[in-house]
Design a protein around this ligand. Structure first.
Ligand code: SAH
Length: 394
């Protein structure tokens, strides 16, 4: 067993059960990609078992903090079993859910979503890449699903020195799927869609928009970064008068339009705009347009903390423009899914955008990712998705 020895004083985060060891914390030691290593403090005390990743800044990701734990097939099977059992216990009313959420489930880099009887997995780090076959077999056995599609094409794979890989890893079948959520039908494609096919993490917030629409009777809704129109369906199903959806992906908007029809919603109450949200918001401001509710759900603008400053400016800009488009009593649903931007910073950015727009806002609610994307106390980075519901004061 290869040993990674940390520099003095660098043992604290592992002692708090945070699973990452950065390259700068290591005094000596190395291993092959994904190889299991033992991480010791500078004075030779055992800290964790982990997977070594020679080309990543996150040089080791911990599997276990228990010295007696063996990192073998049984370990993966048991960790997966517990993650899946947790979702069963959550009782989520949808046929699409996240079974494994990486570090939060003790399996750094692994994401597994279940769509009906099809599993879709992302192997995002050297450790889970090395154990891929063991993980795939255990997943089929534990879920009873006959097929697993691999979507290891996230840009973060490159940071691990891994190439993009997609395709059936076990079994095969159709890649189109109809998701059921809050009683709506949402078409998606696990091979062609973003991430594993859908943004399951926004399930609760789509429900929240639906509830607000019913209560506040929004006439005009603007859904920015709409993807396949989940929030658009939510608003129209809640009785919105009209929804304008903007996205820069043509195929996503085609699916969004199809999703409206799937739910028996009236296409005359919907406008789809294939454009850059920034440009559209500026145009709407110059035209003096107003929307009673606006959803801002941009892509990850700051994948890591290093991008935070530039991303902060981008977040502030779109939020400032959105605030200008709200009439008094209008409501902004604003999100950030950037791991590099914490909750407090996000709140500060949105507050300063409101102030620049001359808007006094009442925070009605704080939002986060759905419960099948849990965060844990040891891994605050798991709280990547945060949102605010803000009403422009009368
Ligand atoms: N709210 C969606 C998920 C949004 S993901 C849901 O609930 O499913 C972010 C979306 O932003 C993606 O669909 C992507 O195509 C789009 N996008 C990224 N940059 C954009 C830009 N500058 N202008 C418009 N859309 C953009």
């Amino acid at each position: 067993m290869k040993i990674i020895r940390l520099k003095p004083g660098k043992e604290r985060s592992l002692q708090r059960r945070h699973p990452w060891v950065f390259d700068g914390a290591i005094a000596k030691g190395g291993a092959d990609a994904g190889e299991t290593v033992r991480v010791d403090s500078a004075d030779g005390q055992f800290l964790a078992w982990g997977a070594y990743s020679p080309s990543s800044k996150i040089r080791v990701r911990a599997w276990s903090f228990d010295q007696a734990q063996r990192i073998d097939s049984a370990f993966f099977r048991d960790t997966l079993r517990r993650a899946i059992a947790l979702r069963e216990r959550m009782g989520i009313a949808s046929n699409g859910l996240r079974l494994v959420h990486g570090e939060s489930d003790g399996l750094p880099g692994l994401v597994v979503d279940r769509y009906g009887d099809t599993l879709v997995a992302q192997f995002g780090a050297a450790g889970v890449e090395r154990w891929k076959d063991v993980i795939a077999d255990a997943l089929l056995e534990l879920t009873g699903c006959p097929r697993l599609y691999e979507r290891s094409d996230a840009s973060s794979r490159a940071l691990e020195g891994l190439p993009a890989v997609t395709g059936w890893l076990r079994g095969d079948g159709p890649t189109a799927f109809e998701l059921q959520e809050h009683g709506w039908r949402l078409g998606l494609d696990i091979a062609l869609g973003h991430k594993t096919g859908y943004y399951l993490d926004q399930r609760d917030s789509r429900g929240t928009l639906h509830d607000y629409t019913k209560r506040l009777k929004f006439a005009q809704v603007l859904n920015c970064f709409s993807y396949t129109g989940g929030f658009s369906v939510a608003a129209l199903a809640g009785g919105a008068g009209h929804v304008t959806s903007i996205d820069s992906s043509g195929p996503a908007l085609e699916q969004a339009s199809a999703n409206l029809l799937l739910n028996g919603l009236n296409p005359a109450q919907a406008t789809f705009i294939d454009a850059d949200v920034n440009a559209s918001l500026r145009q709407f401001v110059s035209e003096g347009r107003q929307f009673d509710a606006i959803v801002l759900d941009p892509p990850k603008l700051a994948p890591t903390a290093a991008h935070a400053e530039r991303a902060a400016r981008a977040y502030k800009d779109i939020n400032r423009l959105a605030f200008k488009l709200l009439p008094p009593g209008g409501v902004l649903f604003t999100f950030s899914c950037s791991g590099g931007i914490g909750v407090e910073l996000f709140h500060k950015i949105v507050a300063s955008a409101a102030s620049d727009a001359g808007v006094d806002g009442a925070v009605l609610q704080r939002l986060g990712g759905a419960c099948d994307h849990p965060m844990t106390t040891a891994f605050p980075e798991g709280e990547y998705l945060k949102g605010l519901v803000i009403m422009k004061k009368l």
